[in-house]
Design a protein around this ligand. Structure first.
Ligand code: NAP
Length: 283
């Protein structure tokens, strides 16, 4: 058996093309959509990710400003820049890129991003509203997990989903979105005992950890669906997920690839959120 490949490329292209059309309408109306990405790290994989967002934005007709504050930026400086971008009427979407300098935490700083410009759902207000089932921009990666499953016709209602990872940006919001879709959700993390015993009972496994090869065949029930959120740089400049794709493909029913799965959908959703923010629409 070889798992069906749940590519994100086709879905990402369709979201980007819708964002491009809306960005053109906004530009014609004299309000070109603009995204600002605040960076305070020298991390190479982060720089690669930010450049890919900027390229995708520009291709869709969305302006993208990278605000690089340097890897030694103090939390106060980051907060001030987020506040000034929040007050700038020409900026519609704001992302605070991680990792952050020592002593700066996303959870502490993201409250300075105006809620209506919080296109990656990092402000605790967005996260709280998401948990309460109220309109807010969801963290794009968490939303991409559900979007890719929907796109490939995988029904979530009543199914057991094991989410591995409980970060504020991926695991926890993904768990909320999956619950909203009537899945039965188990959230696992580094202190979970016997991870494989839990994940191997799930219909769907979502791996969002950041450890190459963590999820092996023993973690997956035969025929299960596996969503690989992990992006781990390899020594030869490539990218691998958290799932041992070769071993798991022989056991799973379906598997998202890395690259080409959750990643492109995440970027496309950031563009969708930015044009929605420019149109003053929440989801
Ligand atoms: P993170 O903040 O480092 O969180 C990792 C989570 O994994 C934590 O909850 C941690 O548990 C858990 N964990 C660590 N080791 C574990 C183990 N051995 N068994 C079970 N759980 C374990 O990372 P993140 O920001 O959520 O990102 C996760 C991955 O997704 C990374 O590879 C990142 O690059 C990738 N990512 C991809 C996209 C995309 O667009 N594709 C976007 C964002 C992130 P504790 O809470 O107990 O520490």
């Amino acid at each position: 058996m070889s798992a069906r490949v749940l590519s994100g490329k086709e879905l990402a292209a369709s979201i980007r093309s819708e964002a491009t059309a809306r960005a053109a309408e906004l530009a014609a109306a004299g309000t070109p959509a603009k995204l600002a990405v605040v960076v305070a790290t020298a991390d190479e994989s982060s720089a690669w990710y930010v450049r890919s967002i900027a390229r995708a934005a520009e291709k869709s007709g969305i302006m993208c400003e990278i605000v690089d504050l340097g890897a030694a930026a103090e939390p106060a400086l980051i907060r001030d820049r987020l506040a000034s971008l929040s007050a700038d009427d020409t900026v519609h979407g704001i992302i605070l890129q991680t990792p952050l300098p020592q002593g700066a935490r996303l959870e502490d700083l993201a409250g300075a991003i105006a809620f209506e410009k919080d296109v990656d759902g990092a402000n605790p207000l967005s996260l709280g509203r998401l948990a309460a089932g109220l309109p807010a921009f969801a963290p794009a990666t968490a939303e991409a997990v559900v979007a890719i499953l929907d796109h490939h016709g995988i029904d979530l209602a009543g199914r057991h989903v094991a989410v591995v990872g409980r970060s504020t940006v991926v695991g926890k919001p993904a768990a909320h979105l999956l619950l909203d879709r009537n899945a039965t959700v188990t959230v696992c993390h580094s202190r979970t005992r016997d991870l494989a015993a839990i994940t191997s009972t799930a219909d769907v496994v979502v791996a969002a950890v950041g450890r190459a090869g963590l999820i092996t065949a023993e973690h997956v029930r035969p025929g299960a669906v596996v969503v690989d959120v992990g992006t781990n740089p390899t020594e030869d400049g490539g990218l691998v997920g958290d799932v041992d794709a070769v071993a798991v493909a022989d056991r799973a029913g379906a598997l998202t690839p890395v690259p080409g799965g959750v990643g492109p959908v995440t970027t496309a959703l950031l563009l969708r959120h930015t044009v929605h923010a420019a149109q003053r629409h929440l989801p």
